[in-house]
Design a protein around this ligand. Structure first.
Ligand code: 5GP
Length: 173
């Protein structure tokens, strides 16, 4: 198993996160946000992002899974969902990576069904060429080519999430 050189270094990631948080703070000026992280993959991006957002916010999580090893199963399971009434909330969903779009589309429809005041989506990475379902995206960290990446929260079989950078992962050299 090979974890390649960083595709995005810690420094590049932190700069980009600050830019995104700046845009979000600007767009939500005078509003209060409910920032919802989609676990597990978004945990690192989520914690960096909320630390840099400058409007008042509350936070919650959705724990969802749709991926087996490096192949998308197309099936989405939700193990934990946002608690309480969200009808007065401006919800910002925070995802690690959008690949086929199946997971995010499923989660987006679930959240919309609960009638939030508004809903926007922020994903750290976007593998646009793999998209099957078109999901409206409001904030994107980086677009990446069709490669399997690990680090900064993203895993292969639950490993490598702790790497503070993003690398391309290959099973063999
Ligand atoms: P989608 O439903 O968009 O096909 O898949 C989204 C989920 O698949 C992501 O939340 C993530 O967990 C996983 N995923 C997609 N591409 C990658 C990748 O390149 N690396 C890792 N580690 N996970 C990925």
């Amino acid at each position: 198993m090979i974890v390649g050189k960083p595709l995005f270094t810690t420094h590049q990631i932190q700069n980009r996160v600050q830019e995104l948080a700046g845009r979000i703070s600007h767009d939500y000026a005078k509003k209060e946000l409910l920032v919802v992280g989609i676990l597990k993959g978004a945990f690192m991006f989520f914690s960096d992002l909320v630390r840099n957002i400058e409007v008042p916010l509350t936070l919650d999580f959705i724990i969802a899974s749709s991926y087996m090893k490096t192949q998308s199963t197309g099936e989405v399971k939700v193990f934990y969902d946002i608690r309480g009434d969200i009808s007065e909330s401006h919800v910002l969903l925070v995802e690690d990576i959008v690949d086929t779009g199946i997971t995010l589309n499923h989660i987006r429809e679930r959240v919309i069904a609960r009638g939030p005041k508004s809903l926007k989506i922020c994903s750290f990475l976007d593998k646009r060429e793999r998209r099957i379902v078109d999901v409206p995206m409001d904030y994107i960290g980086f677009e990446i080519p069709n490669e399997f990446v690990v680090g900064y929260g993203l895993d292969y079989e639950n490993r490598f999430r702790n790497l503070p950078y993003i690398s391309i992962f290959k099973k063999k050299a």
